[in-house]
Design a protein around this ligand. Structure first.
Ligand code: EPU
Length: 429
């Protein structure tokens, strides 16, 4: 059954208020599921968001022969019975994170086969840096509709320089190197907090990974890891926290965002403050207060960048924000070639957005938005449409919400609690 959201727009008034909780991070937990393949015993994971992508990686592990036990927001994963190392085609084609499973599988079994990974259509998403890394570690790559990577005598440590900073590439090769023979050095590595949390946990279970959070990561390979009853707690989702903050800036008099880590969205907080917003930042909460209609947001120049720069996953909600800021803003999307296409729909809602080239837009604001029927094109643009519909005048219908459910747990329940009129219903189309 397909579903849709019906959203009654606030029409420019700021009426939301209350407290909203942030769940565990999608882009952390999907990699924790892959990491379970490095363990000889059970890996327990907590603070797991109930989202579609987690259901998909559970299925991926089960199809390999792993035991997956689910409790509320917690999983126990045991991969000791896994003997297969070919990723299920249909599941792997549905999400990009499936590629991360290839590193631990190759390192553990000396062989892995998988299809080209799926994921959002936001521009080309090559895997050359993964294949190049595996080759440097002594593996052979063949392709006959699926990739097969194999090694004679196991993976060897290597010196690997990433010619583009890649998050999943760093995670995949870091995990492969954990079970490889000898030392691996990853240079120009990604520095995202999700990688840091994963490496810290792996180290507490016997891995030897150093330098995470800097561009050079060194891994001394060793044997299978042991969790010994320890639990990997999923860090708060920084993209969700940032999106709620943007919604608050647009539509709330007062809003407290709890169970988040403000240190992971410092760039956004700095920009919002530069735009004139008053925020109280605690250790695990952010409070926005006294945000009235009279208050004018100021235009900004935003350029997406690898962490700790402005996250590309926050670019679509930020663009909605800038439609309501006074003056001319620019957004430069540096990570993905096709991640500004959704802005056409914002224009049809009343936004004044001009595309200079596929990676750059100019936004003149503020412009009132009007509700309309929308199709969620991908997870982050889908959420941006939800924000646009929330502040628009009139009703909006948002279709294709599987994309939103992929990454945000029961978003309508949490947004209803802070005063948004949003309903999930079966789609008539
Ligand atoms: N790239 C290559 N070759 C490769 C790999 C990447 O050229 O082999 C390029 C990409 O084309 C892109 C850039 O490197 O231009 C960065 O891509 P990256 O590999 O970092 O992206 P990713 O690891 O596939 C993860 C998140 C994305 C997030 C990016 C950037 C997961 C599962 N996905 O993707 O999340 O946008 O890092 O932070 O962790 C999302 O959640 O909506 C999402 C798209």
């Amino acid at each position: 059954m397909t579903e849709q959201f019906l959203i009654k727009g606030l029409g420019g008034e700021k009426r939301l208020s209350g407290t909203i909780r942030v769940t565990g991070a999608k882009n952390a937990v999907l990699k924790s599921f892959a990491a379970s393949l490095l363990f000889e015993d059970t890996l327990a994971i907590s603070n797991v968001p109930e989202i579609e992508d987690v259901a998909r990686v559970s299925e991926l592990l089960q199809a390999l022969g792993a035991s997956v036990e689910k409790k509320e927001h917690a999983y126990a994963l045991n991969t000791s019975a896994v003997t297969k190392s070919d990723l299920d085609d249909a599941i792997a084609r549905r999400l990009r994170a499936s590629i991360v499973f290839t590193g631990p599988l190759l390192a553990r079994f000396g062989k892995v086969s998988f299809p080209y990974p799926g994921g959002d259509i936001i521009g080309p998403r090559p895997i050359d840096l993964f294949l190049d890394g595996f080759t440097k570690m002594g593996a052979d790559v063949t392709f006959d509709g699926r990739y097969t990577i194999s090694t004679q005598g196991g993976l060897r440590g290597a010196d690997i320089f990433f010619t583009s900073v890649t998050v999943t590439g760093t995670e995949t090769l870091m995990m492969a190197a954990t079970l490889a023979k000898g030392k691996t050095v990853l240079k120009n590595a990604a520095m995202e907090p999700e990688i840091m949390e994963l490496a810290n946990f792996l180290n507490s279970c016997g891995a030897q990974i150093h330098g995470v959070g800097t561009p050079t990561i060194t891994i001394e390979g060793g044997g299978m890891l042991k969790a010994d009853g320890k639990t990997l707690r999923t860090i708060p989702d920084r993209i969700e926290a940032g999106s709620f903050l943007i919604l608050g800036a647009l539509a709330a008099h007062e809003l407290e965002i709890v169970d988040c880590n403000p240190a992971h969205i410092e760039m956004l907080i700095e920009l919002l403050r530069a735009s004139g917003l008053s925020l109280q930042v605690g250790e695990d909460s952010i409070k926005l207060s006294g945000n009235t209609e009279k208050f004018r947001l100021e235009a900004l120049q935003v350029r997406t960048h690898e962490y700790p720069g402005f996250a590309t996953d926050l670019q679509p909600p930020m663009t909605v924000y800038l439609t309501q800021a006074e003056g001319e803003s620019t957004v430069f999307e540096t990570i993905y070639l096709g991640r500004l296409n959704y802005t056409e729909d914002l224009v049809s809602m009343g936004a004044d957005i001009k595309m200079g080239n596929p990676q750059q837009i100019t936004i003149k604001g503020p412009t009132p938005l009007s509700g309309r029927r929308l199709e969620s094109p991908d997870i982050r643009a889908g959420l941006a449409f939800l924000l646009a519909a929330s502040i628009a005048k009139g009703d909006s219908v948002l279709n294709n919400i599987y994309h939103i459910d992929r990454g945000y747990e029961r978003i309508e329940e949490r947004l209803s609690k802070i005063g948004l009129d949003i309903t999930r219903r079966a789609s008539s189309v």
